[in-house]
Ligand binder design. Structure first.
Ligand code: ARG
Length: 551
C-alpha cells in the first residue's frame, strides 16, 4: 500500500501519521530511549513484532494499532530526565552528526538616535533564541550587534546637539535625549538651509576623521551602547560584540579597490558603481556598491563586514536576523561575496521575519525598547493584582516583568517567523490559552507542587494512568522538537510543544493527586510533575524566557 499509513496508539489520545514509502519514524516506536530506530518501508515490509517495547499489535484497515510497554516508558523517560537535567533532549542521538563549529549570530542591530521599532524587538528575541539553541547544542556562539552608527543622521545629530543639546539630559536619559534632538533638528532642517549645511559639514568632518567631531561621535556611541546593554539585560539578552556600520566605513573602500582590481566593478551611466549579478553578464541584475559621489553604501559596508568577520573568526556559519524587507539586500551581499571568489558565502544565512502591526503603548507609538518592556510590566502587574498570591511575592514588579516578557516572546514565536501579525496587548497577556502567561503560570504551579515531596522509592509501575502516560509520551518527544528547531531555526516547534506540555500537565494535575495517595503512587506522581517542570523550564530558557517560581 502506498500513501499515508496511520498508526494509532491504542488508549492514548493521539494519532501519529507516517508518510510512506520510506520514512524513519522518529517517535515513540523508534525513540532511542526505548529502542533502536525502526525503518518502515510500506506496510508489506513493515516488521513490527511484539517485544519488550510493544506489548500488543493489531492491524486494522489501513491502520496499525499497538500498545507500548508503559512501565518501560515511565522508567526510561523518568530516569533520563533526572539524569540529564538541563541537557535532556539536547544530548539525544539525533544530534550525533550535528555540526558544532563556531557560529556568529548577528541580531537586534538598532540605529543610534533613531526609533527602536517592533522589528528590532523581533530581531532581538529571535536572534537570542537562535543563539541560545546553538549554544545549548554545543556550538561556540558569538552574539553580535551591528549598530546603525554611521551616516547622515550623525551629521544632523551633531548639528542639532550644538544648538539644543543638554549634557545633563544626555546623562540622565541618553537615548531619549538623542532621539529628541534628532527629531527636532530633522524638523528644522526641512525649512532651514543653514541647519542642512551645518549637518553636511558635520558629517563631512566626521568622514574626514576630524578629531573633535570623531570624539563627539565616539562619546554618543559609547553612551548609547551602555544604555542599550542595560535594557537588553532586562530582556535577558547579552552581546559579545557591539559592531556597527562605522567600523566598516573605511574598509568598504579597500573592498571597492579589490573589486576594481578583479575587474568586477562596473560603472553605470549615472556614475554609480555596480557589480553584475546576472547569469548572462548583461547587467540585468546588479548590486550598487558605490554612489556617484564615491561614498559607500549599506551594502558595501555589509560585504566588508562579512569578509572581516571571516578573517577574524573563521566561522562555520553566520546568521543574520532581520525583517523580510532586507531579503534582497542579503541575497546581494551573499552573491557579491561569491562572485568575488569567497566560497564561504554559502555559510552565510539570512533569517527573515514578518512585520508586526499596531504595537503601541499607552503613551503612543513605541520609540524605545524600554517603552515596550515598561508597558508589558505595568499591564501584567495590573492583571496580577487581582490574584491573592501576588501579595506574597517579594518583588511583584520583577515577576510581572518576567511574565510580561514571556507573553511577548510566545506571541511572537507561535507562528512561522515569516508571518506578519497584529499586536494586541489584551490577547498577548491572557492568562488562559496559548500565551506566555499560561506557561509561566503552569511553571509556577509545578514549582509549588514539589516544594516538599513524599519519601518513597520510585516505582514506574505507579505511573499507569492514561494522563500520566500521555505526559510521558510527550516528554519523550522533546529531542525531536529540538531537532526540528535546530534544522529550520523556527521557534514555533518548541513553543507549541511547551504549550501542549502545559495543557497535558494541567489535565494530569486535576486527576493525579499527590496528597492523599499511597506513598508509592504519591512519590511517582510527584517525580513526574518535577520532571515536567524541569523540561518546561529548560524549553522556556531556550526561548529566552526566565521561568518564575511564584506568581
Ligand atoms: N540597522 C539595520 C536596521 O535597523 C539592521 C542591520 C542588520 N544587519 C546587517 N548586517 N545589515 O534596519
Amino acid at each position: 500500500m502506498q500513501g499515508i499509513i496511520i498508526i494509532i496508539i491504542t488508549n492514548y489520545p493521539f494519532k501519529q501519521r507516517i508518510h510512506g514509502p520510506k520514512v524513519k519514524y522518529q517517535s515513540i516506536l523508534s525513540n532511542s530511549l526505548l529502542r533502536t530506530p525502526v525503518l518502515f518501508c510500506g506496510v508489506d515490509q513493515c516488521k513490527l513484532t511484539c517485544d519488550d517495547v510493544l506489548t500488543e499489535i493489531a492491524v486494522g484497515q489501513g491502520t496499525i494499532n499497538f500498545k507500548v510497554n508503559r512501565t518501560l516508558l515511565a522508567e526510561n523517560v523518568m530516569n533520563e530526565v533526572t539524569k540529564k537535567g538541563s541537557s535532556y533532549g539536547l544530548s539525544s542521538e539525533l544530534f550525533n552528526d550535528y555540526p558544532r563549529g563556531r557560529i556568529i549570530v548577528e541580531f537586534s542591530s538598532p540605529n543610534i538616535a533613531k526609533r527602536f521599532h517592533a522589528g528590532h524587538l523581533r530581531s532581538t528575541i529571535i536572534g537570542n533564541f537562535i543563539a541560545n539553541l546553538k549554544h545549548a547544542l554545543g556550538n561556540e556562539v558569538i552574539r553580535m550587534n551591528y549598530l546603525g552608527d554611521w551616516g547622515m543622521q550623525f551629521g544632523l545629530l551633531g548639528a542639532g546637539f550644538q544648538q539644543f543639546g543638554s549634557e545633563e539630559k544626555l546623562k540622565s536619559k541618553p537615548l531619549e535625549h538623542l532621539f529628541d534632538v534628532y527629531v527636532q533638528v530633522n524638523k528644522m532642517a526641512e525649512s532651514d538651509e543653514n541647519i542642512k549645511l551645518a549637518a553636511q559639514e558635520f558629517f563631512r568632518k566626521l568622514e574626514a576623521g576630524d578629531k573633535s567631531t570623531l570624539a563627539f561621535w565616539e562619546r554618543i556611541r559609547c553612551i548609547s551602547i551602555e544604555e542599550y546593554a542595560n535594557i537588553y539585560q532586562r530582556l535577558g539578552v547579552h552581546f559579545d560584540e557591539f559592531s556597527g556600520e562605522s567600523v566598516y566605513q573605511k574598509r568598504s573602500h579597500d573592498f571597492l579597490r579589490l573589486l576594481e582590481k578583479k575587474g568586477l566593478l562596473k560603472k553605470t551611466k549615472q556614475g554609480t558603481g555596480v557589480v553584475d549579478l546576472s547569469p548572462n553578464g548583461d547587467l540585468s541584475i546588479y548590486a550598487t556598491v558605490v554612489r556617484s559621489d564615491g561614498t559607500s553604501l549599506y551594502l558595501t559596508r555589509d560585504i566588508a563586514a562579512a569578509v572581516d568577520r571571516m578573517e577574524k573568526y573563521n566561522f562555520e556559519k553566520m546568521i543574520y536576523v532581520t525583517d523580510k524587507g532586507q531579503h534582497t539586500h542579503f541575497q546581494q551581499v551573499f552573491q557579491t561575496l561569491k562572485i568575488m571568489g569567497y566560497d564561504w558565502a554559502e555559510r552565510c544565512q539570512h533569517i527573515p521575519f514578518g512585520v508586526v502591526q499596531g504595537m503601541k503603548t499607552r503613551k503612543g507609538d513605541v520609540i524605545f525598547l524600554e517603552d515596550i518592556l515598561n508597558e508589558a510590566r505595568s499591564r501584567m502587574l495590573k492583571n496580577m493584582s487581582a490574584s491573592k498570591t501576588t501579595k506574597e511575592l517579594e518583588d511583584p514588579a520583577d515577576t510581572a516583568e518576567k511574565v510580561g516578557i514571556a507573553a511577548l516572546i510566545i506571541q511572537d514565536f507561535k507562528g512561522p517567523l515569516l508571518s506578519d501579525y497584529d499586536f494586541d496587548w489584551d490577547r498577548v497577556l491572557q492568562s488562559q490559552g496559548d500565551t506566555g502567561v499560561f506557561l509561566q503560570y503552569t511553571h509556577a504551579r509545578l514549582c509549588r507542587t514539589y516544594e516538599n515531596g513524599p519519601q518513597a522509592q520510585f516505582n514506574p509501575a505507579s505511573l499507569q494512568d492514561p494522563q500520566a502516560i500521555t505526559l510521558l509520551q510527550h516528554l519523550l518527544r522533546f529531542d525531536e522538537v529540538l531537532y526540528k528547531a535546530s534544522k529550520d531555526l523556527q521557534p514555533k516547534h518548541l513553543v507549541n510543544y511547551l504549550l501542549m506540555l502545559s495543557r497535558l500537565v494541567s489535565i494530569a494535575h486535576r486527576t493525579l493527586h499527590v496528597k492523599g495517595s499511597l506513598p508509592e503512587v504519591a512519590q511517582a506522581r510527584f517525580l513526574l510533575f518535577k520532571a515536567t517542570c524541569s523540561v518546561l523550564a529548560n524549553g522556556m530558557k531556550l526561548l529566552g524566557i526566565t521561568p518564575v517560581e511564584k506568581m
